[in-house]
Design a protein around this ligand. Sequence first.
Ligand code: PMP
Ligand code: GLN
Length: 379
Amino acid sequence: FDSKLPNVGTTIFTIMSKMATDYGAINLSQGFPGFSCDPHLLDLVYKFMNEGKNQYAPMSGIPVLREILTEKTKKVHGVDYDSESEVTIVSGATDAIFSAITAVVKPGDEVILLEPAYDSYAPGIILAGGIPVFVPLDIPDFSVNWQRVKAATTEKTRLIMVNTPHNPSGYMWTQDDLNQLAALIQEREIYVISDEVYEHITFDGRVHLSLMTHPILKERTFVCGSFGKTFHVTGWKIGFCFAPAELTKEFRKVHQFVTFSTATPLQYALAEYLEEQNHYLELPHFYQKKRDLFCEGLKGTDFQFTPAQGSFFQQVYYGHLSQESDFDLAVRLTQKIGVASIPISVFFNNKDDHKILRFCFAKEDQVLEKAISILQKSK
Ligand code: PMP
Ligand code: GLN
């Protein structure tokens, strides 16, 4: 078969999670919480299912959820959007990212990706006929190298993909990053997709700077988010996309033929839940305790690391210990030692091996303690 995606195989998340199950390893690979959401949120889903909210939702999302989300965004970021024409409820951030790419990228357009980049970006760009242009982030802190970004920008550049807080490194964009990007796109017709699924998982008092907070960026950006990350329900596959009306119009043209709409009872439940309380405000504290527990334990291993700024991932460097590839080490740790992780070479187009593994610390404390004890003993 003449594949449209010849270089794409099964995602590393599927591979490592399966390997963890097959070998009985603690699964710190694929990013998902090892604990359940607030039982009240489940009660709300049940309530709305019982009330008969079981048929197609409106294509753009139920109005009450769009309204409450728009109010929350105003409260958190101080930014105004029109809930009718500038926000769309989608089936996970993956849907938002794919639909936004498809809406913007024409055959031959170049799209700048900052590597390491989340695995769903490049396939979406290639399917749209676009050309991914890979620009490496600066190691070791994974900050943006603006000279390199500028050098990679051409008349064909149509889109730049942003991810803050960043998966896998946890790097969070600064005001200077926002300003640099604004200056760059102001000169040309370049659009931005900002993947902000970890917007509420930030540490050490850092504030997430959404691209929507910059007036120039707001006009050109699709800001994508995920309720899965914020409410510990990654399996629900429900998220959102904020964009100016003109861009939302194009976005919806695609979204309506990708999924048409998103699970109705989940939308009602999330709307009521968001109306009732501010669960998301507790996330920095909740996840920082887990990050600190994990990092404290890592001190008893030979890995080198800098605590993550945001997201629920912690990277570790092992290049001073071994020349084994990160993929081989991740496989060996899973099969022989009993802890699964993600080799970050998978987030690079050329599978660059920086001898770094990514661990997900969104797990019960006792699971993290057990993983740490295994890693400490295996050094
Ligand atoms: N972007 C990033 C950076 C992610 O880590 C993930 C994964 N969970 C997604 C997008 C996809 O989010 P969703 O599950 O809501 O589709
Ligand atoms: N975003 C999750 C991660 O980075 C994985 C989601 C998926 O399996 N597609 O681990």
